[in-house]
Design a protein around this ligand. Structure first.
Ligand SMILES: NC(=O)c1ccc[n+]([C@@H]2O[C@H](COP(=O)([O-])OP(=O)(O)OC[C@H]3O[C@@H](n4cnc5c(N)ncnc54)[C@H](O)[C@@H]3O)[C@@H](O)[C@H]2O)c1
Ligand SMILES: [Zn+2]
Length: 705
């Protein structure tokens, strides 16, 4: 978990007591926070918070919207599914949207779910309402398109409207037939289902990952998602992915009366259907399936996080339809998170790379869901106050498909005498600088900046971490001790370490825990990293909000470190073209731009960059070979102007980028092509003045074939 994790939905104020203004502000905060977690979870397969914490954010959002329906935002999480497709994949527009599912958590909710359906359909008391209960597989959904019985396309859910094209990858799965078998195969059949990894396969994969020095996956779901969403299908082929099919998208030439009937047809056609699936005639029957599965949950070979109930009759499904992001005719009955009680021995305040003060609970070790837990996150100051968590308390902690466990509640009956409410420090516990909490934010930040050793050490740890410089032998412990003893104060010192040692200024070989061999190994590892791809370099800088994905986008856009630095200098002026270009890079936006520009503006950072540039060979961005290299637009700079007839601006841009072009907003002498649509204004004129080649939309489209 990184320090940027500041759950926004842990409010002090009950929904009933919120004022309109507070509600507006909180909905805005929740929309941003949930979108960020969606991207981490769905695009990067690297969640920062537990599913239970995430579900709590959504529940809070829904509750506020239920009270203030007029405040529902266009970008509200309640109106969206998942996250947009990641760049790097072709995009597939779903002919029938791929939706999410509503959630229920207890019997009363399930009863309300079926009662609501009965009211909607005006069913009488004695009319049976058959439901199909299926395990909710903890994987990721895919849509498989069969035409005349042949697999022609496979796509991830993405944002429900547009997913990623993973056809080549899905073809490597044994569970997915290339050709459907059996009778009456319809001419068009989109099958939807869940791709997952068994627990055994997940453990074995993680062992291999660790042996190969790669990062282990947090859980089978992340492993499945990460394995499927590989740019190289050969990698997917080596990962043991499985499939359970459970619904349909577009279908031509066939119709289904019942959900269970459809599942039987799927089996005939050669698609795997989950064997635990049951047709139930009433509420008691579905609840019995739920209880039985909850009991057997740990002994199933794959992870499930609940049971899905679906109305069996398809004509009723059609009448029930959808509410924003989920069908009205189905819901997921989630299992409770795994919990345990233990004693919280201390609350420690960690200071992160950007100065955020994060509270962490030290626990008496306890086993939760098969894992020994000795630490839990406390999120932030408000969270501690709201739950009144004190040192010495007995607490309930929880793990759920989880990254880091959290404290759910305090067992107040077990509170020892003489405890005090926790006083959150208003100064940095490491450097003593003031740590104010900006208005409207949930966290305090140390203002010590460059003088704060905690921040410096965290920045260094990040710099050498696996996804950044990945320097073997320079782990967290070594970084701390080298920093404390003055061997390494900033990133550039790492690359001067060997020389200083040879000059006798440092004596690595004589340090405790170090010898001739380990020191030489470290020097070699550092030498090997003097050549580094631009995207890793940018990520290593540890700029706020600039994770791997953004670093890659920046690298792809600017190409070289010099170009990036020039652009950041030019973009300091918010009126400049450079600024507009920056905020228009996919995903960047004004908030990320603010942090980027602040970083590049800071004089000390410029010195560090100069130092590093002199010591290192930062490699220009290399586009993955997607055949784009041979395209007529490879490496060209393209500007679009005016309105295009057949393509949206976004698609035109995406197509040009897919062909290896760099798309910019303004025409200069460096521009190779200007694609001119209707009503083009000054840019077309400028292109002519500068003698830049202009293309019509048709000419641009012709380049594609
Ligand atoms: N920890 C985080 O930061 C984070 C962020 C985003 C989402 N999440 C987690 O991801 C999930 C939310 O995402 P969601 O929108 O996909 O909702 P969801 O996972 O709760 O429900 C919808 C999904 O269930 C899956 N599914 C599995 N078995 C199914 C079956 N038999 N029938 C139909 N669907 C089945 C499908 O993939 C479907 O898309 C939640 O569990 C949430 O906690 C976590
Ligand atoms: Zn500090």
């Amino acid at each position: 978990m990184t320090e940027e994790t500041v759950p926004a939905g842990h409010p002090d104020v009950a929904v009933e007591a919120l004022s309109r203004d507070q509600a507006t502000a909180e909905l805005a905060r929740l929309a941003a926070e949930i979108a960020r977690h969606d991207a981490l979870y769905h695009q990067q397969d690297a969640p920062e918070i537990s599913d239970a914490a995430y579900d709590a954010l959504r529940a809070r959002n829904d509750a506020i919207e239920a009270r203030f329906p007029e405040l529902i935002r266009a970008d509200s999480p309640s109106q969206r599914v998942g996250a947009a497709p990641a760049s790097g994949f072709g995009k597939v527009v779903h002919r029938v949207p791929m939706l999410s599912l509503g959630n229920v958590f207890d019997r009363a909710d399930v009863a309300e779910f079926t009662a609501g359906i009965r009211r909607f359909l005006r069913l009488s008391e004695d009319e049976p309402l058959a439901l199909v209960a299926e395990p909710k597989i903890d994987g990721l959904s895919v849509s498989l398109r069969y035409e005349d019985g042949r697999l022609v396309q496979a796509a991830t859910r993405g944002d429900g409207t547009e997913g990623e094209d993973v056809t080549a990858n899905v073809r490597t799965l044994d569970d997915v037939p290339e050709r459907l078998t059996g009778a009456d195969v319809p001419p068009v059949l989109e099958v939807r289902g869940e791709i997952y990894m068994t627990r055994d396969a997940f453990l074995a994969l993680n062992e291999r990952q660790v042996e190969a020095g790669a990062k282990p996956f947090a859980n089978p779901r992340n492993a499945a998602a990460g394995s499927l969403r590989q740019l190289d299908p050969a990698v997917t082929a080596r990962r043991p992915l499985r499939l359970f099919a459970y619904s349909w998208g577009e279908v031509r030439g066939a119709a289904f009366d019942s959900h269970h009937g459809f599942l039987e047809r799927l089996r005939d056609w050669g698609l795997p259907v989950n064997p635990e699936t049951r047709l139930c005639q009433d509420l008691d029957a579905v609840l019995a399936v739920y209880e039985a599965l909850e009991e057997r949950r740990a002994s199933l070979p794959y992870d499930i996080d609940g049971v899905v109930y679906k109305v069996d009759r398809v004509d009723w499904q059609k009448r029930l339809g959808f509410v924003s992001r989920a069908p009205r005719w189905a819901t997921a009955h989630k299992f409770p998170a795994e919990q345990a009680r233990t004693v919280l021995t201390a609350i420690r305040i960690q200071v992160g790379r950007t100065g955020a003060l994060t509270p962490v609970a030290d626990l008496e070790p306890v086993t939760v869901g098969g894992v020994v837990v000795a630490r839990a996150t406390l999120h932030n100051e408000d969270e501690i106050r709201r739950k009144d968590i004190r040192e010495g308390d007995t607490v309930v902690i929880q793990r759920a498909g989880d990254v880091i466990p959290q404290v759910v509640s305090v067992v107040t009956e077990a509170r020892p005498d003489g405890t005090e409410p926790f006083a959150f420090p208003d100064h940095c516990p490491v450097c003593g600088s003031e740590a104010p909490r900006p208005e409207g934010e949930a966290i305090r930040r140390c203002t010590g900046g460059l003088i704060c050793p905690a921040q410096a050490i965290e920045r260094l740890k990040h710099f050498v971490s696996r996804d950044a410089f990945d320097i073997e032998g320079l782990g967290a412990k070594a970084v701390e001790s080298f920093y404390t003893d003055g061997l390494i104060r900033g990133p550039a010192d790492i690359f001067r370490l060997e020389e200083k040692d040879r000059q006798g200024l440092t004596r690595l070989k004589n340090r405790e825990g170090w010898g001739e061999k380990s020191a030489e190994n470290l020097f070699r590892a550092i030498r090997e990293r003097r050549t580094i791809p631009l995207e890793r370099f940018i990520y290593a800088l540890g700029i706020r909000q600039v994770g791997q994905a953004t670093a890659r986008l920046l690298a792809a856009h600017y190409g070289t470190l010099d170009a990036l630095r020039d652009a950041m200098a030019a973009a300091q002026d918010p009126e400049s073209e450079a600024y507009r270009t920056l905020v228009n890079i996919n995903d960047v936006g004004t908030s990320v731009a603010r942090d980027l520009l602040a970083f590049f503006h800071e004089e000390h950072n410029q010195t560090v960059l100069d130092d590093l540039a002199a010591l290192l060979d930062v490699q220009p961005f290399e586009r993955p070979d997607t055949g784009a290299a041979e395209s007529p637009l490879a490496g060209k700079t393209v500007v679009f102007t005016g309105s295009l007839e057949t393509l949206s601006r976004a698609e035109a841009k995406a197509r040009a980028q897919a062909m290896g072009a760099k798309v910019t907003g303004s025409v200069s002498a460096k521009t190779d092509y200007v694609v001119v649509g209707a009503d083009a204004g000054s840019k077309a004129a400028k292109a002519r003045d500068l003698g830049v080649t202009t293309l019509t939309e048709d000419e641009f489209l012709a380049l594609q074939s």
